[in-house]
Ligand binder design. Structure first.
Ligand SMILES: [Zn+2]
Ligand SMILES: [Zn+2]
Length: 315
């Protein structure tokens, strides 16, 4: 155990009595439904995982886990089975051993593949192998879609505009769409002009249509990307959440330390990210946005019921 892990462990112990007595600090939001975070990246320091979820008022999380952190995620789940009832696994799908490693992880309990975020085409050979594997194993696959747009032109799983062909070719695969290009394409005028485009939504966007047309596509309401898309046009958002109320689920994809927006010098100062969420906890911001944009009944589906159905857990 290194010094960082020891300090994180001490932090978890120091706050344990308050949790055990069920005392929730006044500044923690109380959502109208229990909440499961479907886009939570496992952190190597165990106590940080607890602190973030407690600080944002979140009940449970599915741990997105790199293959090399499977041991850490297992330790977290063993200590907090109610808070971490599920985990997904990711591995470098450009390497030949990935198929065997992902398969082994699912056989040992992973409930999904993801997030899959590598510099490949979404309809290229590496991802086709992942889609076939997800169907064979009977688990969903969470995909980060991002096109190269200057400045900082990184791209991952490119070609979401062509994705109907994959949804058709792999009808038994459950796809979960996420990230910049997935969410920017809810507006029909998206032409790779910005990672986080602004202004009213033009109806008929590609990902909106894909969600309508293909029962095997689901949407992950996490990160700046979903926050940006669903903040652009209140009337569109209310209608979009209503139309796709059984196919969308909440996630945070937040890297803040405490569920209150505190960073360790990461994330908060990134000039490429939208101003609106700068320095804030994305879990809180996205939950607030969803709660303000829909009815309590639909909110509960988005933050609790849909995710449980997708990963086969009782809600
Ligand atoms: Zn992502
Ligand atoms: Zn946060």
């Amino acid at each position: 155990m290194d010094r960082r892990q020891i300090l994180a462990g001490m932090g978890a112990l120091a706050s344990a009595p308050a949790f055990a007595q069920g005392i929730v600090p006044d500044d923690v939001p109380r959502w109208s439904s229990a909440v499961i975070d479907m886009h939570y990246h496992t952190r190597a320091a165990l106590g940080q995982n607890i602190a973030h979820q407690k600080g944002a008022g979140i009940t449970a999380a599915s741990l997105l886990t790199q293959y090399d952190l499977i041991g850490t995620a297992a330790e977290l789940r063993a200590q907090n089975p109610a808070m971490f009832p599920s985990w997904f696994v990711s591995d470098d799908i450009t390497k030949p051993e990935a198929q065997a490693r992902l398969t082994a992880a699912v056989k040992s309990g992973a409930k999904g593949l993801g997030e899959i975020k590598f510099q490949v085409e979404a309809d290229g050979p590496e991802m086709r192998r992942v889609y076939a594997l997800a169907a064979d194993l009977g688990v969903p696959v969470l995909i980060h879609f991002q096109e190269s747009i200057p400045p900082g032109g990184a791209s991952f799983n490119t070609g979401v505009k062509r994705f109907a062909a994959m949804l058709k070719a792999f009808p038994k695969t459950k796809f979960i769409g996420h990230a910049n290009a997935f969410w920017a394409n809810v507006s029909a005028d998206f032409a790779e002009q910005a990672q986080y485009p602004t202004g009213p939504i033009v109806p008929g966007g590609i990902t909106d249509k894909l969600l309508s047309d293909y029962p095997n596509l689901y949407g992950d309401l996490s990160a700046n990307s979903a926050n940006n898309a669903l903040s652009r046009d209140a009337a569109f958002t209310a209608d979009f959440l209503k139309r796709h109320q059984d196919k969308l689920h909440f996630g945070s994809d937040c890297s803040c330390l405490d569920g209150r927006g505190t960073t360790a010098g990461r994330g908060g100062a990134n000039a490429n990210l939208p101003e609106r969420t700068r320095g804030k906890c994305l879990a809180r911001e996205n939950l607030r946005l969803l709660a303000a944009s829909t009815t309590p009944e639909i909110f509960r589906k988005l933050v609790w019921t849909n995710a449980h159905r997708l990963i086969g857990l009782p809600a």
